[in-house]
Structure formats: structure tokens, C-alpha cells
Design a protein around this ligand. Structure first.
Ligand SMILES: Cc1cc2nc3c(=O)[nH]c(=O)nc-3n(C[C@H](O)[C@H](O)[C@H](O)COP(=O)(O)OP(=O)(O)OC[C@H]3O[C@@H](n4cnc5c(N)ncnc54)[C@H](O)[C@@H]3O)c2cc1C
Length: 494
């Protein structure tokens, strides 16, 4: 039996391993951390569970090809229970709130009530969110293996998506906000994601949740990763945790194995790295193999933004006055080199996992980018510790100021920064998704192979913007299909 070695045990690595076993290969996963999951993670502090991934899992709607992938890898099935979440997010300004509800009619009514003068633009927005519900991630096979019939079927399934791209594919979120007159609606349109994001990605994200194709499985993100690990092991796969790959061995232009940091060497017929490309092309293989499109993206940080976060988890006694994910005004504060007057929090009250002794976990969040990463990176170890604590305290004060009833009821559990993602997953500038697509730029995408290295196939969220769990999972399946194709075998594996 031919053998596949997978470097990295995140969602992409686990999916790769499972499809490798289903396709009849011996499969081993090497993960540097003590537990699999990578960015799809959760951890405990003071007896509370902090979840740090799934806000929505695209592909929870049965009868879609992505659902079949999630089912095949043991992430979800027909018995999976989901959080009872009714809104995408809520924006607050001058004491008034606007919410993007999963129920689009409810949203339409609420927004028109807030701003009758924006009725036309609101109707257009809702109409296009409805169209965007058709946006599905092709998960049957890699694009290069698709035939005319596949494209025709895809075109039929997503017949209205071109309308979304035409209307919202060439503007960013700031420009989307400019189309509205009311300040609260402007903010609602441009605040959930960084303003330079192309507008259609916001509509697609909202539509995914609104259509029921982006539910949140109960039990948390880590539990989902562990279900996938168990599936892999049950199929006869081997997982090695606490085993960092130091090098992918290339002999005469062919990947033949890996060398671990402990010095041991492991041989295989195929290597599938699923690690962050920053780790892959700056550490595991020589830099000369870095694809040109990746080099270009690393060189132009303005054109290729990334998203990370400064986050703090708290427990709150009782319940939060506004549920869900909320962005609210706060006193102006400086963090790093930027000034902020808004803060966001998310209440984790949709799952008993995050509740104990009358308290519920909440998280406060500030989006971070390249510039913020450099700020954190420039601090000494002592300064880093101090700043983290200082900003977490500031978040607590701002929450208490906005909601005085929280005074004395908030307790800090943990704080983390872009450097945490870098340390834990090797994440490029702390990014937990791939490159952000900005208007006028082609969405970032790599081929599944690397010029000059035979028998190495790429997987992981960095293979395609915007990354995320679906890209991670599907890329693992595709990598195995590319191997099957190279051996002239049937690529159908389920
Ligand atoms: C706060 C937050 C919220 C998110 N929300 C969502 C969401 O709602 N929906 C969504 O779809 N996505 C979300 N994501 C993104 C999602 O978590 C990632 O896209 C996905 O988990 C990436 O999976 P991956 O396997 O490609 O990469 P990773 O998770 O980075 O996996 C790579 C693995 O390789 C390991 N590794 C690195 N170097 C080595 C080495 N030298 N040797 C061995 N192993 C190594 C790492 O430890 C890691 O386990 C969120 C992420 C975060 C952090």
C-alpha cells in the first residue's frame, strides 16, 4: 500500500488523512501541537471553555457537496445539533441598534423603519443577499478536473450569483456604506469585516447564515476537530502529536519524506503539507520553490490584507443586555498605532458548554492586520505581557461603561493576540484566514502542486482566499484526488 504523510493536523490535515485512508493509502499525520485542530480550537480556563473558531460552519445544509465532505470526515451528521442563533450581528450607534437577522424580511422591515430614506438601497441589499444564498463552495472535485457538464450544473445552481458579483463585486465595504444615508445603516454595512474587504464577501457570509447553510454545531470547535481525529483513527490512520516537521525531504526533485525536529526521518510516497504557507515555504522547503503569486502577495501588504484579532474572554454573571455579536461605541482609545472608538463582543450563550454557575463566557474582539502584527512583534517580552493585560482591562472598563449593570460581574479568563496565532499555528502575521480579496484584485489562489517538487500536493486554507474551514477541508480532499488522478485511478472518494 502506498503511503501519504500529512504535515499539520488542522482541519485540512485531518480531512486529507481521512480521504487518504478512504482512497486506500496508508496515512500518517504529524502535528506539532499536543492536540490536533490547529485554528479550529478551544481551551479551558478556570473551569470555563473558550471557543476560538466556529462563528458559522459553511456547509451545514444537507444535500450540498460540502455537507457531504463534512459528513464523510465525521465533523457533522444528521444528528448534529446546532446553536439556536437568530442573528448575524447587531450594530449600535447613538443608543439605537440595527440587526442583520437570519430572517431577511425581519431585517428588511427593521432597517426600513430605522431609515425610510434608504428603502430602495435596503431592498436591493436584501434582494442580493437572497441571491447570495445560492453561493456554494464546489466540493466534488478540483476545478481542473471539472468538465463542461460540471460547469453547466454549477451555473444552474448559482444562476443568480453573477447579479451579486455585478452589484457588489467591484466595491469594498466603505463604498457599500456610502450607498446609504443613515449613519447607523452605514455602520452596519461596513463594520463587521474590515472596510477594505470586497462587499460581496459580506453578503455571502450573511446569506450563508441566513440560509441555514452556516450553522454552529453544539459542543464547540475543538470537539469537531476531535471527532475528525477519531474518524481518521477509526479508519486506520495514525496521528502523531507533539511532532513538529522540520523539513520536507526532496531528492532529485521528488518529495520522499519528512524530517522531524527530533531528528527522525519518515519516508512516504507522497507528502501533503497542510501547514501555513509561511511555514511551508520559509522553513519546510527551500524558499526558491515559493510560487510567484504567493511571493507577490507577501510583497504587497496593502493589496493583500490579512485578518487576525486581539481577543479577551470574560465570564459575565447573569446575561448580557444585548445578545449575539454586537459592535458598540466606546470612549476613544489607542491600541498600537491606531485609535478606536468602537468595540465588539460576542456572547456564547447558545451552548451550555460555555455556561457554569450562573455565568456565561463572552469575548471582546478587535480586528488586527499587518500593521498591528508589527506593533506586537516590536514589543519586548515584558512590554508584551504588560500591554496585553492593559488592553484587556481597558476592554473590561469599556464594557462596564457601556453597560453599567456589568460592573463587578465581569471576570477576565484569557487574552490573546496575533502573536498567539503565530506561536500556536505558525500563522503568517497571526492571520487565521487566508488573504483578503480587495476590489480590483484577483482572489488569491494557488495550484495544488509546486513547480520543481514531484509527489508533493498542497492543502490548507492558504491554497485559496478567503481560507476558512470549508477551503481547508475541501483542499484536503482535492489533494488526495490529485494523487489518484496522477495514478490514473477513479477520483471518486466518499
Ligand atoms: C477566531 C477565529 C474565528 C474563526 N471563525 C471561523 C468561522 O466562523 N468559519 C470558518 O470557516 N472559519 C473560521 N476561522 C478560520 C478557521 O479556523 C481556519 O480557516 C481553519 O481552521 C484553517 O485550517 P487549516 O488546517 O488550513 O490550517 P491550520 O488550522 O493552521 O492547521 C495547520 C496545522 O499545522 C500545524 N503546524 C504548523 N507548523 C507545523 C510543523 N512544522 N510541523 C507540524 N505541524 C505544524 C499547526 O499547529 C496547525 O495545527 C476562524 C479562525 C479563528 C482563529
Amino acid at each position: 500500500m502506498k503511503k501519504i504523510i500529512v504535515a499539520g493536523g488542522g482541519i485540512a490535515g485531518l480531512t486529507t488523512g481521512i480521504y487518504a485512508r478512504l482512497a486506500g493509502y496508508e496515512a500518517e499525520i504529524y502535528e506539532k501541537n499536543p492536540v490536533v485542530g490547529g485554528e479550529c480550537m478551544g481551551w479551558n480556563r478556570n473551569g470555563y471553555h473558550i471557543d476560538n473558531c466556529i462563528h458559522w460552519l459553511t456547509g451545514t445544509k444537507p444535500d450540498t457537496s460540502l455537507y457531504n465532505v463534512w459528513k464523510t470526515v465525521g465533523a457533522i451528521d444528521e444528528n448534529t445539533k446546532y446553536g439556536d442563533i437568530t442573528e448575524f450581528y447587531t450594530c449600535e450607534l447613538n443608543g439605537q441598534t440595527a440587526t442583520l437577522w437570519h430572517d431577511l424580511e425581519k431585517t428588511r422591515k427593521e432597517l426600513i423603519q430605522i431609515s425610510p430614506e434608504d428603502e430602495e438601497e435596503i431592498n436591493k441589499f436584501i434582494e442580493h443577499v437572497e441571491y447570495a444564498k445560492q453561493c456554494l463552495i464546489p466540493s466534488e472535485k478540483p476545478m481542473e478536473m471539472m468538465g463542461i457538464k460540471d460547469y453547466i450544473d454549477m451555473g444552474k445552481e448559482m444562476a443568480d450569483m453573477p447579479k451579486v458579483m455585478k452589484e457588489y463585486g467591484k466595491i469594498n465595504l466603505s463604498q457599500l456604506a456610502d450607498r446609504f444615508k443613515n449613519p447607523l445603516i452605514k455602520m452596519l454595512m461596513s463594520e463587521y469585516m474590515p472596510k477594505e474587504y470586497v462587499a460581496y464577501s459580506f453578503l455571502v457570509s450573511y446569506a450563508t447564515m441566513a440560509s441555514g447553510n452556516g450553522n454552529v454545531p453544539l459542543g464547540g470547535s475543538l470537539a469537531m476537530s476531535l471527532r475528525m481525529r477519531d474518524k481518521f483513527v477509526s479508519l486506520g490512520g495514525k496521528v502523531f502529536t507533539g511532532k513538529a516537521v522540520e523539513e520536507i525531504i526532496i531528492e532529485n526533485g521528488t518529495a520522499t519524506g519528512i524530517k522531524l525536529e527530533d531528528g527522525s526521518i519518515h519516508k512516504a510516497d507522497y507528502i501533503i503539507p497542510t501547514v501555513d504557507f509561511n511555514v511551508l515555504f520559509n522553513k519546510l522547503v527551500d524558499k526558491k520553490y515559493m510560487p510567484a503569486e504567493l511571493k507577490d502577495a507577501y510583497a504587497d501588504e496593502k493589496a493583500y490584507p490579512v485578518t487576525s484579532g486581539f481577543q479577551a474572554a470574560f465570564t459575565v454573571k447573569g446575561s448580557m443586555p444585548i445578545r449575539g455579536t454586537v459592535l458598540f461605541p466606546c470612549d476613544e482609545f489607542r491600541m498600537g498605532n491606531k485609535t478606536y472608538d468602537r468595540l465588539s463582543y460576542k456572547v456564547y450563550d447558545y451552548d451550555e458548554l460555555f455556561k457554569k454557575d450562573g455565568k456565561t463566557v463572552i469575548q471582546a474582539h478587535i480586528v488586527q492586520d499587518h500593521e498591528d502584527y508589527y506593533f506586537w512583534k516590536g514589543l519586548s517580552a515584558e512590554e508584551y505581557k504588560t500591554k496585553k493585560a492593559e488592553y484587556a482591562e481597558m476592554m473590561k472598563e469599556q464594557l462596564e461603561k457601556r453597560f453599567p449593570e456589568l460592573k463587578g460581574n465581569l471576570e477576565l479568563l484569557d487574552v490573546w493576540t496575533p502573536l498567539t496565532y503565530e506561536r500556536y499555528c505558525g500563522a503568517y502575521h497571526g492571520a487565521y484566514m487566508s488573504f483578503v480579496t480587495t476590489p480590483g484584485r484577483k482572489s488569491f489562489k494557488t495550484k495544488g502542486t509546486v513547480k520543481g517538487i514531484k509527489n508533493m500536493y498542497l492543502a490548507g486554507q492558504w491554497t485559496m482566499a478567503p481560507g476558512g474551514l470549508p477551503v481547508a477541508a475541501v483542499s484536503g480532499k482535492f489533494a488526495v484526488q490529485r494523487i489518484l488522478k496522477s495514478e490514473h485511478k477513479d477520483i471518486k472518494v466518499d
